[in-house]
Design a protein around this ligand. Structure first.
Ligand code: ATP
Ligand code: ATP
Ligand code: MG
Ligand code: MG
Lengths: 463, 463
């Protein structure tokens, strides 16, 4: 007979850990470093703290592939009542809001904690002190796979000396460092390329220290949480908004809970939906909810989603980063105007570097980023590759392969449409694909002008 | 201040529905048809019932892209106390066991229910009668996104006339039928190719009926649930097994809860782990659990995982299917011996069709299947494409492109390592990649022999 049962989120992601990037020891140690570094950058940069991050990978028992990954940051820390859940409950996060962050699923660090506890059996060690707190908190945590509750076998606190703040996370796991090493070092390097305001260090089991010192204290403006845009709303989302809202009337709900809706627009929408402005929103029927969502979808005059929750890298920083790492003869970059898909704002940025110390290759070399995270796997199924590697005819821009060409593509959004929770490639959303194409063409035209000029100068020289 | 919160599985997959294949109305209507058909095939074939499945897509309001998808089957039905959860609780399934089925996540139909309720606002209609039941049950169901509990606004039952059994699921959703139509029809066709014992019909909104009648009543042997293999065990998995087990001693636990462990092997393993055979398993410490897992991993003499939970298509059925659909001049297929990765058994099957009515193409045409499910998206990131499209040098087999070549690859496993819960491509697991390569080479050698012979005959004819 069929055995019917339900399972919680912790058990589900433990069983299917490969979809989160923890399918084998090589990917697992890479993903562990990533998830911790991404959390540290969110805890600093998003709060305008110049990041100082140290990653240490130590060999605990290299014959058994047991390593300890430790990441230290000077971020905002985690409050002691929240911290056990932050590290011990799957689908728990402070990033479930409409604001551009690297984190979005509430899963990353828990997958690393789980992988450590299932391969080595030890809990994860966390030391943290929130900004302004008088205490430092230290605790060990595991995820209870059956109940999705944190287990805290040890905890303590002591008075803080000085006003440092930040977090240290230390996980012991079975990981194939030798196979993962190149990708991990590349990940750190590509993170540093676009974050010259960050001081990042990685120390390897072999004792090698690689440091990317801060080049500037200038930080990008942090993203500000935005209200939902009506274009992104479906019936369930509307239900949830009404649930949480304190608005007494339907008209007030539209004005206070959504961006781009003022009193005039609210009246127009309510008329289209055939709803009275002073209805109590909590009493709407399913048909009335549907009518309102239909009105949102058919209304053509909304101001597009605000870009205030976004935080692009900026064309200048992209050029500085590409120059310092690749030493090209030509570099150019563009940050497109904000756009949107399904009510979610996004910005595409593209940089191109050519020649100089870049070695020629048969295809463009593509550096992909999403919400400032370097993406190193699954290139061929990424929308950026579709544009840069398959759609653009580079011969139109005087580039003939083999050629020394590097293209950087960054997609920044309140919701990056990743193909999976392992965050390795981005889906082909038409609006995003179009923006990438326009951005690449914009910068490629400048490359063409440069190559044409260079060609002419070389011909003149020959004569 | 950071807003920390947790969310349940229903809210998580509702928010991130694109990773489950519901990111836009075109993919959503395709995925809805898929998820329902895959459930119907599991409810029939896995229980040795010759499947009779009818898929109907009706236009409810084509200007608004509102369609109703209904799938009828003659399967085992669902018991009335389980049915609300089967359709209304995310991560609820009867396939969380070690047995080859199309379903594995406990998510599929709930995503379709959610998509219907968020785009059109209506509940899903389910009519079901389990085999042997005297009643027919009918109910409407929605998923409560906040609590992950089913909501059943209507339900009823009545005495069954006759001894039919099966399930009908009917969902109204916003879907781009016009864009999805080709893929949906291709999906049904490719399902029928490898299931000649199934009677499958699809009726389109345009009123077109496509039927794939049954060609044989011979059914493959259904898969049998297997005990876990020690090679696939980690500390958490061992913990869960001990939790559920009634074994009084550690030695008894090893023998009864695992395959491939008899009394002799159990003694060897326990010695290696330094554990007493008559220890109460429920009292093991973390270090003892780790020692036992280490013993499992270091022991080299386990019998490989049993293939009894697998249900391959079979070389004969593959050849019949390819012949009937493609009308090639050459067709050959192979079912490899069972293999395993990480303790999970799998079988690779490959078929090749060449020439005849197959049009020439610049690359091999690849038909991918996993657990008998046709995979139509994300081809380039699939392990089968890596072998067939990138690794194999087809000129070694006298194939020069453009060429009329179709390659079918089927991966059958108790755990298919999909890249995402949308089940569109399979990860590059080395053991699986190797088996695909060996299988393709095996069949390609037969193609080479055929093409060489054909070449010789043509040369003789010229003289
Ligand atoms: N180094 C850190 N400093 C401050 N807060 C942290 C740190 N690491 C984790 N957190 C907190 O713990 C939460 C959970 O982290 P986790 O990585 O699991 O999810 P996330 O970052 O929100 O999303 P994602 O799964 O996409 O990474 C974060 O949202 C954040 O609030
Ligand atoms: N047509 C059907 N006939 C019989 N049982 C069904 C049918 N459809 C669904 N079920 C039951 O409902 C359960 C949930 O289905 P659902 O599609 O959500 O998950 P699944 O098939 O187990 O896994 P997956 O998410 O991989 O599809 C199934 O496991 C099965 O027990
Ligand atoms: Mg994170
Ligand atoms: Mg299913």
């Amino acid at each position: 007979a069929e055995q019917y049962r339900g399972m919680g989120a912790a058990e589900f992601f433990y069983r299917n850990k490969e979809i989160a990037g923890f399918g084998n020891p090589t990917r697992a140690i890479y993903q562990t470093v990533r998830e911790l570094v991404e959390n540290s950058l969110d805890a600093t940069e998003v709060h305008k703290i110049p990041p100082k991050i140290v990653v240490q990978v130590e060999a605990v028992d290299p014959d058994k592939n047991i390593y300890r990954v430790t990441v230290d940051d000077n971020g905002i820390g985690i409050p002691p009542d929240k911290a056990p859940y932050a590290f011990g409950r799957v689908l728990y996060s402070s990033k479930y809001v409409a604001r551009q962050t690297r984190g979005m699923y509430g899963l990353g660090v828990k997958m690393a904690v789980l992988y450590g506890q299932m391969t080595v059996g030890k809990p994860t060690l966390v030391i943290t002190s929130p900004r302004g707190s008088k205490f430092t908190y230290r605790f060990k945590v595991k995820v209870n796979v059956k109940t999705n509750e944190p287990e805290v076998p040890e905890k303590g606190e002591w008075p803080k000396s000085g006003d440092w703040h930040g977090t240290r996370v230390s996980i012991e796991l079975v990981g194939d460092w030798r196979r993962a090493r190149t990708k991990i070092l590349e990940y750190i390097k590509r993170t540093a390329i676009i974050a010259p305001y960050a001081d990042i260090t990685i120390i390897t089991p072999e004792g090698i220290l690689v440091r990317y010192p801060r080049k500037t204290y200038e930080m990008p403006e942090p993203p500000k949480e935005a209200k939902p845009h009506p274009k992104g709303i479906d019936i369930e989302a509307l239900r949830q908004i009404i649930d949480k809202s304190k608005a007494k009337t339907l008209k007030q709900l539209l004005i206070t809970e959504f961006q781009s809706i003022g009193p005039k627009t609210a009246s127009v929408l309510l008329k289209r939906a055939g709803l009275e402005p002073d209805l109590n929103p909590k009493t709407l029927t399913d048909d009335q909810l549907k009518a309102l969502v239909d009105a949102f979808h058919s209304y053509e005059k909304f101001r597009p989603p605000s870009p205030e929750p976004l935080s692009p890298i900026g064309a200048e920083l992209i050029k500085i980063g590409l120059k310092s790492v690749l030493k090209p003869e030509f570099v150019e970059a563009v940050t497109r105007r904000p756009s949107a898909y399904g009510g979610h704002p996004f910005i595409v940025e593209v940089g191109i570097a050519y020649g100089g110390e870049i070695p020629p290759a048969d295809q463009p070399v593509l550096y992909r980023y999403a919400n400032k995270i370097p993406l190193l796997y699954d290139e061929k199924s990424d929308v950026a590759w579709k544009v840069v590697g398959e759609t653009i005819d580079w011969s139109n821009y005087k580039v003939s392969f083999p050629a020394p060409l590097v293209v950087l593509v960054h997609i920044a959004s309140t919701k990056v449409p990743y193909k999976g929770v392992g965050k390795e490639s981005v889906m082909e959303v038409p609006e995003i694909e179009r923006e990438i194409r326009l951005a690449v063409q914009e910068v490629a035209r400048k490359l063409k002008r440069y190559l044409t000029k260079k060609e002419k100068e070389e011909e003149l020289q020959k004569k």
